[in-house]
Structures are given as structure tokens and as C-alpha cells.
Design a protein. Structure first.
Length: 202
């Protein structure tokens, strides 16, 4: 197991501190486990992924931090770890709400959460096929900062959507008023760049 240390980021002004403590140790893929899914199934709460690991479809059912073993500057998408797709499903019996944190990853396929009791945190990630969290319950929390989307975003709940780039897609956000949406760039959307259903700002 390797000592866990959050990577340095190239655009530090964009990033806010985590709301939960970071773990002291992380499982390293493929050193400790050959795949990310095996590390998840073993109960790892923090996972570092080395460059060159084959993309895989992963299913997450517990709180976890996933990040590169070595952080690469934002935009160097050929070097960052790639994940085929990710689905967040019902949490383990020991967690009523799960927090999924991903930093500096590239998702080739869709990232989807079918839960209403999930918090997600994505920083400096690339989404080639979109991010979807269709549950319209305001207990959800999504913190999305400094990411690149080559498809659409459809999320609901408490939403922080800051300094992201969206190309060829639409950003659909349903929020009850607890939201922070600013500094985003949308290009080439087939319709409206943003489709917002927002309560009064809090």
C-alpha cells in the first residue's frame, strides 16, 4: 500500500478543499490489485491508478477516492488513467450515503448514478460520453470543477458546477436553490447550452 497524497494541480485557484478527511493510505493499481474493480471489491477507500492500466467498466457501491498515481498537467489526456465507464449503485449496508471522489481521470463511457443518496466530487476529469444522475431529490450533492465534457451533463440536487468546459453537449441542472454555477464555457451545443431549473439562490 502506498502513502496517500493528493496530487498537485495546475489550476489551484479552481479547487476547493474537500469536506471530508483524505485517507492515510491508498491501494495502487496494478501493484496491489490488478484492476480498479478488484480494489473496490476488496473495500479500498482510496485508489491510485498508474498510467497504462487497461480501461475497465467499474461499479461503485461505497465511498471512495480514485486518482492517478502520478498527476499529469490538465489537458494531457493521453497520459491520465482511463476508465471505460462508471456506475454508482446501492451502497453497502454500512453506508447510508456514499461519497465518490475522482480526480484527474478520463471516462471514455458514461458516468451514471442511479442513487438519490450520493455525493460526487469530480476535479480535472474528462468525460467523453457524459455524466448522468437522474434522481430529482435534493439530497444529492455534485461538486464538479475544472472538467472537460465532450457530451451532455444531466444532474440534480445541490450542484457546484465551476470552471468546466462543455463541447457538443447540454448542461441540464435541477437544483433547489443551493447551487453555485459559474465560470463555465459551452460550445457547439445542439440546442441551449444550459437548461436550468433552479430555486432561489441560497
Amino acid at each position: 500500500m502506498a502513502a496517500f497524497k493528493r496530487p498537485r494541480r495546475g489550476c489551484s485557484a479552481l479547487f476547493l478543499p474537500l469536506l471530508i478527511p483524505t485517507p492515510a493510505f491508498a491501494a495502487v493499481v496494478p501493484d496491489d490489485y490488478p484492476t480498479i474493480q478488484q480494489a473496490l471489491d476488496a473495500g479500498s477507500s482510496a485508489i491510485q491508478v498508474k498510467e497504462g492500466v487497461a480501461p475497465e467498466r467499474i461499479t461503485v457501491s461505497r465511498s471512495v477516492v480514485i486518482q492517478p498515481y502520478v498527476y499529469h498537467p490538465y489537458g494531457n489526456w493521453t497520459a491520465v488513467p482511463r476508465i471505460r465507464s462508471m456506475e454508482i449503485i446501492d451502497p453497502s449496508p454500512y453506508e447510508s450515503t456514499i461519497w465518490v471522489q475522482c480526480y484527474g481521470l478520463r471516462f471514455l463511457g458514461e458516468v451514471r448514478s442511479n442513487l438519490c443518496n450520493v455525493a460526487s466530487d469530480f476535479e480535472s476529469c474528462r468525460f467523453d460520453s457524459g455524466l448522468v444522475s437522474p434522481c430529482e431529490w435534493f439530497g444529492q450533492k455534485h461538486l464538479i470543477r475544472g472538467c472537460l465534457f465532450l457530451s451532455s451533463v444531466d444532474i440534480a440536487g445541490y450542484v457546484q458546477f465551476i470552471n468546466n468546459t462543455v463541447i457538443g453537449g447540454t448542461v441540464a441542472i435541477w437544483s433547489d436553490g443551493s447551487h453555485d454555477i459559474r465560470g463555465n464555457y459551452v460550445q457547439g451545443s445542439p440546442g441551449a447550452g444550459f437548461e436550468l431549473s433552479l430555486g432561489e439562490s441560497s
